[in-house]
Design a protein around this ligand. Structure first.
Ligand code: AMP
Ligand code: MG
Length: 413
């Protein structure tokens, strides 16, 4: 990691540098599958047996042997000899010319191989089945191992476990899995103008809001948080805060005090205590970002403006924290949408404009401006459900053009 204060780096370059310098934390824990929801799998999971374990019916109907089908006949008459219900298999044999009543999920014994759905049959009497529409041989039977074969890796380490995955584990009778331990992240705000909720605002003061966006962003990632409050722009206070944060957390996040020309001591203290890069990023909002290591923890110094904090968190902090959690897919997703408004921009930096995307009546995704695009304005950020990502070299985007949209985490996927 080299340090150069005069060069602007692109968003993707910084993302890559951060990811390259980040690895999964040590430590796994064995948890009950219910507690594994949303956690990151730490070991591959292998199927111990076929699922489904046996051939079974995909329909309510009648099971019989495909050999009984005569292609020249329009209907087929068979003798009903028994029944197979889910959990109550038929125990007898089924000879040529015979059928059994069968329900969805009930076992299909090996001497029958085809199921006709109930709607394609008539039963003139209890023992007689008349098939009025003859199914294709092997129809409506779900084969053993259709879903998983013995020995197959069906969930890979690095996967974030979804509700479906819990069901998937349950089909194999798996009660517990190994997941990466939870991350602990400490954060604090810096600035003499900042007051905490409950305090009275003096002349020129503002309430510390970044501490709450960062809290929410981390909570949404299922991270254990250590909120260290507001630290004054005083050398001693800042140094002590950094040292104690680095001692207890896997990562430390601060906001404010990393701009060039900042009068505070954040930079100085970091240079003394850690291996930190101060980058200028060609993005709007955003720009200054400090990244590196502080003791054994990773450090992110985010800009102070409330919208910049959220934008830089999504682009840089979130991918790194996902990587630290052991997750494989880490970068935010981009989708295409058609803009219904002029999106003003000057060529130069990559814009992360606050947008509202929605589905138009014709099914197409459209996007529009969420309001005033300034990095201290939370109104548009609060209304927005996405960033509209406009490349650095692009100018304004005309109505009707396609743009890249980055939905906020949790909205999709
Ligand atoms: P700085 O990067 O410290 O120069 O801060 C840039 C701007 O963000 C200034 O207007 C600060 O007052 C504001 N700011 C910094 N930290 C916070 C915070 N925790 N909550 C709200 N605004 C902040
Ligand atoms: Mg400041």
């Amino acid at each position: 990691m080299s340090q150069n204060e005069n060069i602007f780096l692109s968003v993707t370059e910084v993302q890559q540098r951060i990811i390259d310098n980040t690895k999964a934390v040590d430590g796994v824990e064995q948890v009950d599958i219910r507690h594994a929801l949303g956690r990151i799998l730490a070991a591959d999971i292998i199927a111990a047996f076929n699922t489904p374990p046996c051939d079974n019916s995909g329909m309510d109907g009648y099971a019989f042997r495909s050999k009984d089908i005569n292609e020249n006949q329009e209907t087929l008459s068979l003798k009903i000899v028994g029944q197979s219900f889910a959990g109550h298999p038929y125990s007898g044999r089924i000879a040529a010319g015979e059928a059994i009543r069968i329900m969805t999920g009930a076992q299909v014994a090996d001497d029958v191989d085809t199921v006709v759905m109930q709607e394609h049959t008539e039963t003139p009497d209890d023992a007689t089945l008349l098939i009025t529409t003859i199914p294709k041989p092997l129809a409506n039977v779900r084969k053993a191992g259709d879903d998983l074969r013995t020995g197959q890796t069906f969930l890979s380490k690095g996967k974030k476990l979804s509700p479906t995955d819990l069901a998937f584990l349950a089909t194999q009778g798996i009660a517990e899995v190994k997941v990466h331990r939870k991350l602990r992240v400490a954060f604090f705000s810096t600035g003499d103008e900042l007051r905490s909720i409950g305090e009275t605002l003096g002349e020129g003061d503002i309430y510390d809001s970044n501490r709450y966006s960062i809290y929410g962003l981390l909570k949404n990632m299922d991270i254990d948080i250590i909120d260290m409050g507001v630290i004054k722009d005083e050398r001693q206070a800042i140094e002590e805060a950094f040292i104690s944060a680095a001692n207890i957390a896997d990562a430390v996040i601060t906001s404010g005090g990393v701009s060039v020309g900042d009068a505070d001591f954040v930079k100085e203290t970091l240079e003394k205590l850690g291996r930190i890069n101060f980058w200028k990023i060609s993005m709007k909002p955003g720009k200054p970002l400090a990244f590196g290591t502080l003791g054994n923890s990773l450090f992110f110094g985010l800009p102070g403006n409330p919208v910049s904090v959220i934008a830089t968190f999504y682009q840089f902090v979130q991918p790194a924290l996902k990587r630290m959690k052991g997750q494989d897919a880490v970068l935010p997703m981009l989708i295409k949408a058609r803009t219904t408004e002029l999106l003003k921009k000057r060529p130069g930096r990559t814009d992360f404009q606050r947008g509202i995307f929605e589905q138009a009546e014709n099914g197409e995704l459209t996007v529009r401006n969420a309001g005033t695009q300034a990095s201290h304005v939370l109104t548009a950020m609060s209304r927005a459900n996405c960033f509209i990502v406009i490349p650095a070299d692009s100018g304004s985007i005309e109505v009707g053009e396609m743009v890249n949209v980055q939905p906020f985490e949790g909205l999709i996927g």
